[in-house]
Design a binder for this molecule. Structure first.
Ligand SMILES: Cc1cc2nc3c(=O)[nH]c(=O)nc-3n(C[C@H](O)[C@H](O)[C@H](O)COP(=O)(O)OP(=O)(O)OC[C@H]3O[C@@H](n4cnc5c(N)ncnc54)[C@H](O)[C@@H]3O)c2cc1C
Length: 320
């Protein structure tokens, strides 16, 4: 019995989500008294680093058909790896790819699954794991009674922790099924840290009045080294791209700092951001619901406050 972590590698590189998943897998393995094994799929650079974050072994599966992510093909290869390596617990990052895999893997392996956990399981005779439910207003504890278990981990719930050193990557051979999809084009966002991995986020809503005013948000984000986000109506009306939409129906994030500018704080928005470590709200309406979830609130006109905040950060950086 072992813990197998699928370590994602966008464009062949190991990113923070993979390190978090392996660090988490290492802790789960400790609870179960077993080893944590990491698995990469496709052509991957520097996967040996996963050893530093707690993987006792790192395997790679490569071959024709794995260049693009196809959840059915990846499910088949990860499930075979789990069987070959005798893994009873399979861990994924709870991001777009992880969400596409978690249910399929559970079905394929006849496993119980918890999608979107943010806690280490307990194993005192029964295997129990928690996750936030009802938009973060309650915590549910699930007992998984099947032998095989599949968990996906919410991003930013565990910081990557160095506990060892690099290991050699071994290749693993499995049958790669033919894909039923043809990927015509992949268009990735360049230049900024992707939202699920961002530690600092500056987000804005309908209070901005229109897309032409976003310069002040981008300037603040640039000064902070933050990623930009937005509320749903802003993306729906085309003021900002859809990948920036956070909330219940958008990306769920847990940054260290979330600055919300001109966003009312509707429950559907909060569902995706209220696990942020520090929330700063700028809103001119003292009754805006977001203030109830804020660690710091500025009740003022955003067009006045945001440029001043950017100036203050510039000065602070210049005087450091
Ligand atoms: C099923 C469902 C799912 C949804 N999913 C999501 C989701 O995932 N994410 C999401 O964001 N929404 C979601 N919504 C929509 C959500 O209910 C809200 O309508 C939306 O979040 C409101 O966006 P907003 O705060 O930008 O706009 P508004 O509600 O219009 O709020 C604008 C805010 O800006 C403030 N403001 C205006 N001018 C200024 C100024 N000059 N200075 C300072 N403050 C100012 C106002 O006081 C106000 O609080 C969902 C809704 C439904 C029904």
């Amino acid at each position: 019995m072992s813990v197998l972590v699928y370590a994602e590698s966008p464009e062949g590189n190991i990113k923070k989500a993979a390190l978090e998943a392996v660090s988490y897998g290492h802790k789960v393995a400790q609870v179960l008294g077993t080893d944590c094994i990491a698995l990469t799929v496709g052509s991957v650079n520097g996967a040996g680093v996963l050893g530093k974050y707690g993987a006792s072994k790192v395997y790679n599966i490569d071959g024709a058909g794995l260049g693009h992510f196809d959840s059915q093909v990846y499910t088949a290869v990860i499930a075979q790896a789990a069987e070959k390596l005798g893994a009873d617990v399979i861990i994924l990052a709870h991001n777009a790819k992880g969400k596409a895999l978690v249910g399929r893997l559970a079905a394929k392996l006849d496993a119980g699954s918890v999608a979107g956990t943010n806690a280490i399981p307990t194993n005192d005779g029964s295997f129990k794991v928690k996750k936030n439910v009802f938009s973060g207003k309650a915590i549910a504890e699930y007992e998984i009674t099947s032998t095989k278990k599949v968990l996906s981990l919410i991003g930013n719930s565990f910081q990557p922790e160095e506990v060892g050193s690099d290991v050699a990557v071994e290749s693993l051979s499995v049958d790669i099924p033919a894909s039923k999809l043809t990927v015509k084009e992949v268009d990735t966002v360049k230049g900024t840290v992707p939202l699920p991995e961002a530690e600092l986020v500056v987000s804005a809503g309908r209070g901005m009045k229109g897309p032409e005013n976003w310069g002040i948000i981008e300037e603040l984000a640039t000064e902070l080294g933050a990623t930009t986000a937005c509320s749903r109506p802003v993306a729906d009306t085309g003021w900002r791209p859809h990948h920036e939409h956070v909330g219940q129906t958008g990306v769920a994030i847990r940054p260290n700092l979330y600055i919300a500018v001109g966003i009312s704080g509707a429950i559907q928005h909060l569902a995706g951001v209220n696990s942020s470590k520090v929330i700063v709200v700028v809103n001119k309406d003292p009754e805006a619901p977001f203030f109830k979830a804020a660690d710091y609130g500025v009740c003022a006109d955003l067009f006045d406050v945001v440029p001043k905040l950017t100036e203050a950060i510039k000065k602070f950086k210049a005087n450091k």
